[in-house]
Design a protein around this ligand. Structure first.
Ligand code: OXD
Ligand code: MN
Length: 594
């Protein structure tokens, strides 16, 4: 399929190492994919679902020990410790290779190796990048088909170039004690072993499009961020684009696909999704920042997704989708998960493969679907997919939004004073743990730019790179905001309705960018005047201008306390934290103490 000598030489080396019985190049043809699906069905690796209700959809279950990304076993390996540590797990490159090479030696004996060429970003885009993943998993091939542009077209995009990411994956024995997800950013290489779960093995996603790409962006002058991309089309047909970074469990996919509330829908506003997880951003010829979504599908969390919380995500899963670790409804051969509706199937197979009576099982506290069960859905299924999705130049970014889950500190929304202050705001991002996760509730985890698990180099250098991008962008830089949908009242109930109503906040953000609305200057940044957040239609939910006022209060004592957490983070990152951010923190403390 290719004469690219860099690809062929590397492939020979890897084949010599893992010793597969057979090597199969994935060309991306429907004929080849059908044969692989049939093989996976015949071995039981996949189950076919109801082809009338869910055409082309498949169900897969992972091993019980292999259901999520494993941050503790994820490494960034560089020659020098300081180039990747201390936020990341680090090991010296050759030491890690020496450790893993014996594990890979002969690991594919008796198995087929699939060679998957794939492109992250639209084919033909100057901003897209190519990877080749070697894997012994058909599940990986079928998922990569949905999540990337896969096959011959990716090799055509690569041509003779050596600029491709070399990914080696083996599920091996799915042994959690020997599970490693390793990035070698200085060598454009990823090695993943002993997992068969999405985030650890679909190497185009977190491993390449964030960890390796963030390092490439640092070296090449662009940005790879853990951000959704959405467009808001005004009644006059003009669309403004917003990118937004949130840690896990903060509703990123929901925000990316939101349905405008009546007050905006009536006027003709529309929301379009460009991406739900990752944005690659470059400075365009006009000096503005442009974003592409490097992915071609959504690898979304199923539980909690329903027609009300995210109609568009649910609609995206209705055909050619792979479901992983959800419950199987045997009565109609479809799928179910907690939060889909209130009716667990009576005749069900829960996610580990046991037959259960759904309502009884749920009443005893059992989970029919794993809380991190997923759908892998083609983006083209999404009813609100932007027509710019495949635009090789991407979309111009008007505003960038950071956010987290904060019960008390952060107000509903505020704007940073300028780019550098915005970078500070992103660096100080944090989210509180929820009751849904193990461990103490309400513990603050600092997650700069939502990149803590995904930054492929030293976090201090990453902050410097953000500051440098601001210098290059000058007055064309997007404006930076922070939002918090998760403030609670004294009883612990969320005050803001969230979901589609978050558009009300996005509209204030766009109005600020267009200079259409004033703001109040405070110690933390520019806050809205409460009456400038439109709450028309929320009366029934008890949300009024006074509620918004309440959501916009800033408690200086709490904020000063929170600054201590930022000091701790900066101390942990160490001397590469830019002096500019230390200054931003000191200035904030001084303003708060006044
Ligand atoms: C994801 C994540 O799966 O951020 O997108 O964990
Ligand atoms: Mn993510």
């Amino acid at each position: 399929m290719t004469n690219n000598k860099h690809v062929l030489t590397w492939l020979d080396e890897m084949v010599a190492l893992v010793k597969p019985d057979k090597v199969v190049w994935i060309d991306g043809s429907e004929e080849q994919l059908k044969a692989l699906r049939d093989e996976a069905l015949s071995t039981g690796e996949m189950e076919a679902l109801n082809q009338e209700e869910l055409p082309g959809c498949l169900l897969h279950r992972t091993k019980k020990n292999d259901v999520a990304r494993v941050e503790g076993r994820t490494y960034i390996c560089t020659k020098n410790r300081d180039d990747a540590a201390p936020i990341n797990n680090w090991m010296e490159t050759s030491e890690m290779k020496a450790k893993l090479t014996p594990m890979y030696d002969g690991v594919m004996k008796g198995r087929t190796m699939y060679v998957i060429p794939y492109c992250m970003g639209p084919i033909g885009s100057p901003f897209s990048k190519v990877g080749v993943e070697l894997t012994d998993s058909i599940y990986v091939v079928l998922n990569m088909d949905i999540m990337t542009r896969m096959g011959q077209k990716a090799l055509d995009q690569l041509g003779d170039s050596n600029d491709f990411v070399r990914g080696l994956h083996s599920k091996a024995d799915v042994d959690e004690e020997n599970r490693y997800i390793v990035q070698f950013p200085e060598e454009n290489t990823i090695w993943s072993i002993n997992s068969a779960y999405g985030g650890n093995v679909l190497l185009g996603k977190k491993c390449f499009a964030l960890r390796i790409a963030s390092y490439q962006g640092f070296k090449e002058g662009w940005m790879a961020e853990h951000m959704l991309i959405l467009g808001i089309e005004a009644p006059n047909g003009e669309t403004s684009y917003i990118t937004a970074a949130f840690p896990s469990a903060c509703g990123k996919t929901n925000l990316a696909m939101l349905i405008p509330p009546e007050v905006y829908a009536q006027q003709g506003y529309k929301v379009w999704t460009v991406g739900d997880d990752i944005a690659w951003m470059h400075i365009g010829e006009d000096g503005r920042l442009y974003a592409i979504n490097p992915e071609a599908g959504f690898f979304g969390v199923a539980p909690g997704t329903n027609a009300k919380s995210n109609y568009n995500a649910l609609a995206s899963t209705k055909k050619n989708t792979i479901f992983t670790n959800v419950a199987h409804n045997l009565d109609n051969n479809t799928v179910w998960w907690e939060g889909l509706d209130k009716n667990p199937p009576v005749n069900a197979v829960e996610w580990t493969g046991n037959k259960v009576n759904g309502p009884e099982y749920a009443a005893q506290g059992g989970k029919l679907a794993h809380p991190n069960s997923r759908f892998t859905a083609p983006a083209i299924n999404c009813p609100c997919l932007s027509k710019e999705f495949d635009n090789p130049n991407g979309v111009p970014v008007t505003a960038m939004v950071f956010g987290g889950r904060r019960a008390k500190t952060a107000p509903l929304v505020y704007q940073s004073f300028d780019w550098n202050h915005g970078v500070y705001v992103g660096s100080a991002m944090a989210s509180e743990t929820t009751a849904a996760a193990t461990g103490a509730v309400g513990v603050v985890r600092r997650d700069p730019m939502a990149m803590r698990p995904f930054c492929g180099y030293n976090m201090g250098d990453y902050f410097s790179h953000w500051l440098d991008m601001g210098k290059k962008l000058g007055d064309k830089a997007p404006k930076i905001f922070n939002v918090n949908w998760f403030r609670t009242d004294d009883e612990g109930h969320f005050i803001w309705p969230g979901f589609g109503d978050n558009m009300r906040v996005l509209m204030w953000i766009l109005n600020r960018c267009e200079g259409k609305v004033d703001a109040v200057e405070t110690a933390i940044g520019y806050l809205p005047k409460a009456e400038d957040i439109d709450v028309t239609g929320l009366e029934g939910e008890g949300v009024t201008v006074d509620t918004v006022k309440d959501l916009l209060t800033v408690d200086s004592a709490l904020w000063l306390e929170d600054c201590k957490g930022v000091h701790e983070l900066y101390d942990q990152i160490g001397e590469r934290v830019p002096a500019e951010l230390e200054k931003q923190l000191a200035d904030l403390e001084a303003r708060l103490a006044k």
